[in-house]
Every structure is written in structure tokens, then in C-alpha cells.
Design a protein around this ligand. Sequence first.
Ligand SMILES: Nc1ncnc2c1ncn2[C@@H]1O[C@H](COP(=O)(O)OP(=O)(O)OP(=O)(O)O)[C@@H](O)[C@H]1O
Length: 263
Amino acid sequence: MDARLGFSSIDSAAHQPHPEPVVRLQHFTRSFGANRIIDGLDLEIAPGEFIALLGRSGSGKTTLLRTLAGLDDAGAQDVEVPDSRAVVFQDARLLPWKPVWKNVALGLKGGDIRSRAEAALKEVGLGHRLDAWPLTLSGGEAQRAALARALVREPQLLLLDEPFAALDALTRYRMHDLVLSLWRTHKPAVLIVTHDVEEAIALADRVLVLDKGRIVAEERIHAQRGERAGLAGRLREQLLSHLGGDHHGEGVVPFARQAEAAE
Ligand SMILES: Nc1ncnc2c1ncn2[C@@H]1O[C@H](COP(=O)(O)OP(=O)(O)OP(=O)(O)O)[C@@H](O)[C@H]1O
């Protein structure tokens, strides 16, 4: 580990204890016709771990997320995931004919559904919009409602597919704070798909870079989230180099080793 920068290659993390993973993919492959979109991918996610998945357009991020979400039946037999999962997409996907609280309560079973939905909406800062119609919400509010709808189910795995991509920068930063606070409270494992390297660095315990359906780089970030601004520059450059690079099946390249070689 590079103590100055607060991040390390996956090699140095090998000595840490490994709790039983909530997600396990072993040599997972998914093709559409002749196109292999996910190519022999190995992935384990620990309980409560926060993972960011970066990758260029078409690298297979959404295909992987849909697989983990159970939205893609093909190959599902090779995929170990928890039963309790929830997904938040780039668009909030609220039903416009139901008030916000009913959107959050949709599909809930058991007693006092309204108060559970209400508590979730208060937690995301929407306690004052319980009876509002979805079309009257701002983009940020709609995503808050989508987060409430996901978390009211107390998922073990929360999947976020570019959830803040359509928001302005300030709203996005607020959503980052909100997601981190919800994550600390509810402790799901999280996988966020994003194009935004800063977002990945700000949020994740571990950043993966996907290219042509393979993980070509992997980075653990140890620094406290409030102290990440300083390491963003160098890590950002390294992650960007993997997003723009041509990998030809080299496998995972630990950044720290590359950094050492460069010094
Ligand atoms: N149902 C499908 N049928 C055929 N091809 C598909 C299907 N779903 C995805 N693909 C193809 O798989 C490839 C990867 O798509 P995917 O949406 O996973 O990429 P992505 O990394 O999420 O891209 P983006 O960042 O642009 O959303 C693309 O070439 C896409 O056209």
C-alpha cells in the first residue's frame, strides 16, 4: 500500500480477512449472438462492500449489472447473488399515476406499509413530498424517491446504474453524501456503474475497470472518504489510462505496481 496516497493494488489486500461474499461470479460469460459481452469474469463482493464499476461505453457494465439484478435470465445459474436486491437506474422510473409514497410502497408486504414508505422517504429528505405526484419532483428528488424505494426493502445488494448521470454537479455531490449516509445506516453491498471517475473515487471501497467484458484494473481505496480530494489527481490519471487503453487480455494490472515501476 502507498500510505501517501491511501490506495493499494489488489495484491496487498490479499492478507485481509475474507467474509463470505454476497456476490460470486466465477468465470462468468455472456454473449449476444456471436458477441461475447462478458468474458470469463470473476467477481466477488463482500457484505457491505461499496464497488464502483467504470468502463467505456459498450464495455459490458449494464449487462453485468442486469445479470446481478436478475434482469437477464441467461447464465443466471452461474451467478450467486442474495435474494434481496434492489436497483436504481439513471431515470427514477416512478409510476406517474401513483403518489410518491405509493411508488415507494409498491410491492411491499406486511403491516403498516405507509409508515415504512414514509420513514424511507424521510430518510432521503422527502418527508414533505409523500403525497406529491412524481411528475412534480425535480430530477434529484425523483432519484431520492428511487433510493427510498430501493432501501425500504433492506436489500443485501444495492445496484446503481449511473443513478446521478443526469443531475447537475451540485445535486450530484449532495446525492453522493446521501448515498454514503444510507449505505452506512443500512450496510448493503453496493455496486455502482458510472462513467465518472471522481464519483467512483468519492464513493467506493474498490474500483473496477471493465473493458471488453473483462476486469482490466482494480483498485482498493483505503483513505477516509472525507480525505479523498488529495489522492484524486494521481488515481484519476491511472483510472483514466485504463479507460482509454488497449488491453488485449493482459488481465488485471495492479496500479500500485505500475506506479512503482514508473518511479
Ligand atoms: N439484449 C441485447 N442484445 C444484443 N446485444 C446487446 C444486448 N444488450 C447489450 N448488448 C450489447 O452488449 C454490449 C455491451 O452493452 P452494455 O449496455 O452492457 O455496455 P455498457 O458498458 O453498459 O455501455 P454504456 O456505458 O454505453 O451504457 C453492447 O455492444 C450492446 O450493444
